[in-house]
Design a protein around this ligand. Structure first.
Ligand SMILES: [Zn+2]
Length: 360
């Protein structure tokens, strides 16, 4: 019996696979395709999978959707998902009717929309409105996926989808006049890594005030909890803390104040603006995964986030999983720090940078 999360090399982004079930009869969920170069790595892996119960692109930031651009250029569908969840312009508009920008790629989102049509993939079909939103009536409670695995949608809600609409249109307009082809992945190596300070001062960092991420595209992220065989995996995309907190609160209260999570893929690659102290207090979780190589201007994961995790639960043993052994994760390798704050830091093998599998 397996219930496992694998993070694939997506540089500063996400490309995730969830596997569960019995050997020879595994079921799968694919979440995001990372940057353009990610596709080459995962194409043979995903192409060989059976029982893909769900394929979802959490939102249209390039570090999650750019890998879909080479995928939709394939002559035929490279895999065969039973369900596809992806919110693009039409869904934002429907969400609006019903109820500071990062590198953000509506153009790539539009391409994926066309590709989904080309491959005749069933898109957002379980939702009558065709919108993946916690405000869709089908998403009110747990959703049965396959072989006993059930899913609780945490984000987005209609408000966060509609909030993206003006930006989507403005960015599309800009993309039309940009000199570069958005087919070309926008990854560049300029300023790839930021210089780092010394050993993190956890108590000091944990005191830093929470400043919520203002990105509308991140706010539109599809995020959910998967529950199987008594264990829970929480995948949060680049979602906003307040949206998740609002949605999770009644479920946490029903469980005595804290919602049990066995493994959390920390939102927005561990950015300090996406998981508040309040959210860490609302969940009972000792294991945390970070998908990022620490490159680009963000330098994820932020030390403030990890300080919040450690100071929130100082007495129990915790685990931090990093899919890259980069400068921003390496600082947590310090044994004195690990002893003091009772955690272990797990990194991929030297011959497999960017890939890490973790049992839920
Ligand atoms: Zn991201």
């Amino acid at each position: 019996m397996t219930f496992q999360l694998t993070m694939y090399p997506a540089t500063d982004g996400d490309c995730l696979l969830v596997r569960w079930g019995k050997q020879d009869a595994y079921h799968h969920i694919i979440v995001d395709l990372g940057r353009g170069a990610t596709w080459k790595t995962v194409k043979p892996i995903f192409g060989a999978l059976k029982n893909i119960e769900l394929f979802t692109i959490s939102h249209v930031d390039s570090d999650h959707v750019a890998g879909a651009v080479p995928m939709v250029r394939e002559a035929k569908a490279p895999f065969d998902p039973l369900r596809v969840w992806f919110n693009a312009r039409q869904q934002l508009e429907r969400a609006q009717l019903r109820g500071k920008i990062e590198p953000f790629s509506p153009a790539e989102g539009e391409k994926l929309s066309r590709g989904i049509q080309k491959f005749r993939w069933p898109r957002n079909e379980m939702f009558g409105s065709k919108v993946v939103s916690t405000d869709s009536p089908e998403a009110k409670g747990w959703i049965e996926i396959a072989d006993g695995l059930r899913l609780l949608l945490l984000s987005p809600d209609d408000t966060s989808l509609a909030a993206l609409l003006p930006t989507w249109d403005a960015e599309l307009k800009k993309a039309g006049i940009r000199p570069f082809d958005p087919d070309e992945d926008d990854f560049d190596d300029d300023g790839k890594f930021e210089p780092l300070a010394g050993i993190p001062d956890v108590l000091d960092l944990a005191k830093t005030a929470f400043e919520p991420d203002p990105s509308a595209s991140n706010g539109s992220s599809i995020a959910f909890v998967l529950e199987w065989d008594g264990k829970r995996l929480m995948l949060t995309g680049d979602s906003h803390s307040d949206v998740i907190e609002k949605r999770l609160r009644p479920f946490a209260e029903a469980e005595g104040g804290k919602f049990k999570v066995d493994l959390l893929k920390v939102a927005h690659h561990g950015s300090h603006g996406n998981t508040s102290k309040a959210l860490f207090e609302m969940i009972d979780c000792q294991r945390f995964a970070f998908s990022t190589d620490g490159s680009r201007r963000h330098g994820h994961p932020h030390q403030e986030t990890i300080a919040r995790i450690l100071s929130n639960d100082p007495d129990r043993v915790k685990a931090l999983y990093f899919n890259y052994d980069g400068p921003h994760s390496k600082v947590w390798k310090n044994q004195l720090l690990a002893n003091k704050w009772k955690y272990k830091a797990v990194f991929p093998g030297a011959n497999e940078p960017g890939t890490l599998s973790v049992d839920v």
